[in-house]
Design a binder for this molecule. Structure first.
Ligand code: BGC
Length: 754
């Protein structure tokens, strides 16, 4: 199924639909609001966002302490150019009117646009069909275009507005949503001439500029007037009979454009020569290229298939494609988590793009490289003599987390970022990238672990950190953090030696720049070799940290359903006192670093943590799905997978209105590829061990490996691997090496656990 659709007109569904029907291209995102507006008093979250376009606000602590970040960045809701009201013989058309005889909206995942069809019978009994189409262009990233086609015999009035009267959304009841300042833009330039409106706004503290250059095009003669207020341009057009009306809105910001007004006008001049059909055609081409090696198919369940494609589509729409942007926890679809970038990128989203679009994946790494200087500054603030500490959440590079126990204390962010650099290297073999950027990141992140850790009875230990599970905070020796830090450090040493052996021309300069010595490399290696990884012999599991198992288990039986997510109903201290996990932690470490532990420990740990995990975080179910596949429980793997697949489409976490859960969307794809199919990317190559849950008839997906593209198809009888492009690939399949070449497809009987 290549589209989603809805006919809903009730307020709750409409808010959710605003997120679901978002259109974006990585730079610009527009929520799926209605051009013509809503009923009075309906609190729509009408949002237009530019990735990484932010303002700065103070963080007000009741009690502050040394090293707490003083300010925060917030993604801004920018100028609204989506307004188009339609009047038929002076009767205003809204979908809420009883005069509507048909209403449907669609988002086309294969063609990259959305559409709304409204059939309307006026009070005089005359029929009209109004079709809105809109797109946010992948080719001209600044363009948000709207097309409205009106079939009506009578007077048609269209009111087209551009408004700088915009604020961010506020929800004082939910800590995951903005609850502070919400008005950030001041108008600095305002002009209307020849159907083109220009509004420029400046942010209050970051001093960034955004310009919206909006131009109306229509296919017949009309009467028109323009009215302006201090922050609105309102254009009224009166037509007789059927009309087609286009509105081309160009968004330029000063983070990417030298002169937002000049650049906006010149981009407009290029795009306004194109018809809306031309634009649709380009979108279609872009999407066809994306799906060619990006599609993932499951046979036997249309609803899940729809969820999968929808999730991938939304990831593509929200992922930043330039160096100053990344992918926010809610992408460009809403304001939850204030547009911040988290580890979600590296652990949940990067792995998807690495396999289906390595260029985008590389860009995500370049973004991290671009904020290395800020991370160095942060490491100093935290008392580290050397190295870089990446922010837990940020837009422009500085730490934006105001609650350090579940923020800055998550030192694993460093190893998560390092992990993605390593996976990029083993998958692409891009030595040049590693020489120029990778080693520097690996060393700078590893240095922080070396600095914060210490040797105790022969083991290297890391104290006072928070692992991924945010229901447990500030602990010693979080298994995930220690294991990931070990990997980070080992690879810093490995890449260093690799470059040394290659006589890399750049190594010397990098060593000078970082004051890096062979002694320090040896010290990193020593620490990694002796990294303490907690194990409980009796339970045969890795304890989440030094004290986790000594706590009382949360009373799940007596916790009413309405009290989930716990974070909205209990003080953090209450939660911290118990064995209760918000999300996968040790289980995630076992997925990312499966060779650290024998299978029986992985299995017993899975079973243990499953009993104490609430999955209150949407980053959890996919990991449990992947690991259920690993330990051979395909029913569970399937059940967790279905939770991820339609999490937003069915609003199962009840906060989709604040934006889509990007990490989970990556997790859906990973549940199939890393889960069912057992893909692993290791130093010695690609590993696969496909299984299939009985509930599905089959699945297939693509893998990009060292410039070759493989298609893997699995059903209950056999698996097939086809090399679509590139040179032969050696694969470790169920532990045995095979070779896949262009000449012949590889077919094998599927292995079963039963
Ligand atoms: C999760 C974090 C995640 C953040 C943003 C939180 O609920 O616990 O792991 O990074 O959401 O998605």
């Amino acid at each position: 199924m290549w589209h989603i659709e809805s006919s809903a007109r009730d307020e709750n569904t409409l808010l959710v639909n605003e997120s679901l029907f978002t259109l974006a291209n990585g730079y610009l995102g527009v929520r799926g609001t209605f051009e013509e507006g809503y009923k009075e008093n309906f609190k729509s979250i009408r949002g237009t966002y530019i990735n990484a376009f932010y303002d700065i606000t103070d963080i007000n602590y009741g009690e502050s302490a040394y090293g707490f970040p003083k300010t925060q960045q917030k993604l801004l809701n920018v100028i609204d150019a989506g307004g188009l009201e339609v009047y038929l013989d002076d009767e205003r058309v809204t979908v809420f009117s009883d005069q509507v005889t048909y209403f449907k909206r669609l988002l086309h995942l294969d063609k990259g646009y959305s559409e709304r069809i409204i059939k309307y019978k006026t009070k005089l009994g005359k029929q009209a069909t109004i079709t809105f189409k809109r797109l946010v262009s992948f080719d001209s990233k600044e363009l948000f275009a709207i097309n409205v086609d009106i079939q009506y015999q009578g007077n048609v009035k269209i009111i087209s507005t551009v408004s700088a009267d915009v604020t961010n959304f506020v929800d004082s009841h939910d800590p995951r949503v903005n609850h502070g300042e919400h008005q950030f833009l001041n108008v600095t330039h305002f002009k209307h001439k020849n159907d083109t409106s220009i509004i420029t706004c400046k942010t209050k503290r970051s001093n960034l500029l955004v310009t919206c250059t909006s131009h109306d095009v229509y296919n017949k003669e009309c009467e028109s007037t323009v009215e302006t207020t201090k922050d609105h341009i309102i254009k009224t057009y009166e037509f007789s009979g059927d009309v087609t009306f286009n509105k081309y809105n160009i968004y330029t910001d000063s983070r990417r454009h030298k002169d937002t007004i000049e650049n906006g006008l010149s981009i407009l001049n290029q795009v306004k020569t194109k018809s809306f059909d031309d634009l649709l055609h380009s979108q279609h081409l872009y999407m066809s290229t994306f799906w060619k090696y990006g599609d993932i198919v499951i046979e036997g369940d249309d609803a899940l298939q729809q969820g999968l494609r929808f999730n991938l589509y939304q990831l593509l729409q929200s992922v930043g494609k330039d160096e100053c942007s990344n992918i926010a926890a809610k992408g460009l679809t809403g304001e939850g988590y204030e547009g911040h970038y988290f580890w979600d990128t590296e652990i949940y989203i990067f792995p998807v793009f690495l396999m289906i679009n390595p260029t985008i994946a590389k860009n995500l790494l370049m973004y991290r490289y671009s904020i290395l200087e800020e991370a160095r500054g942060r490491a100093k603030e935290l008392g580290h003599s050397k190295g870089a500490l990446f922010p837990w959440r940020t837009i422009a590079g500085t730490e934006c987390s105001a609650y350090f126990p579940a923020g800055t204390a998550q030192y694993h962010i460093n190893a998560d970022i390092a992990y993605s650099f390593i996976k990029y290297f083993v998958t692409t073999n891009d030595l040049e990238f590693i020489e120029h950027y990778g080693l520097e990141v690996l060393v700078e992140t590893a240095r922080v672990y070396l600095d914060m850790g210490f040797f105790d009875k022969g083991s290297f230990k890391l104290n006072a950190v928070t692992g991924p599970d945010e229901y447990t905070a500030i602990v010693n020796n979080n298994y995930y953090t220690n294991a990931m830090a070990k990997y980070n450090m080992k690879w810093a040493v490995r890449i260093y030696r690799l470059l040394e052996n290659h006589n890399s021309r750049y190594l010397g300069a990098l060593k000078d720049r970082l004051s890096l010595t062979t002694e320090e490399i040896t010290a990193i290696e020593e620490a990694a070799n002796h990294m303490y990884l907690p194990i409980d012999e009796e339970l045969n599991i890795n304890p989440q940290d030094d004290t986790f198992l000594s706590k009382e288990i949360w009373n799940f039986k007596e916790t009413p359903d309405a009290h989930y997510p716990l974070l909205l109903h209990y003080h953090p201290l209450t939660i911290y006192r118990y064995q209760v996990c918000k999300q996968a932690d040790t289980v995630l470490a076992h997925f990312l670093l499966e060779d650290e532990q024998p299978l029986d420990v992985i299995k017993d740990s899975y079973e243990y943590y499953e009993q104490v995990t609430t999955h209150d975080s949407s980053l959890s179910s996919c990991v449990f799905s992947i690991m259920a596949s690993k330990i051979g429980d395909m029913d569970k793997a399937y059940n967790y997978f279905i939770e991820t697949s339609r999490l937003d489409l069915d609003n199962t976490h009840k906060n989709t209105k604040d934006g889509l859960h990007m990490a989970n969307m990556g997790g859906t794809w990973m549940s199939i590829v890393y889960g069912f199919a057992g893909l692993r990317l290791k130093f010695d190559g690609v590993h696969l061990a496909p299984k299939i849950p009985k509930q599905l008839n089959g699945y297939s997906f693509y893998v990009n490996y060292k410039n070759s593209v493989l298609r893997v198809t699995v059903n209950h009888e056999q698996l097939e691997i086809v090399l679509e492009e590139g040179t032969d690939v050696a694969i470790t399949l169920y532990g045995e090496e095979i070779n896949v070449s262009l000449q012949q497809k590889y077919i094998k009987t599927i292995e079963r656990d039963d």
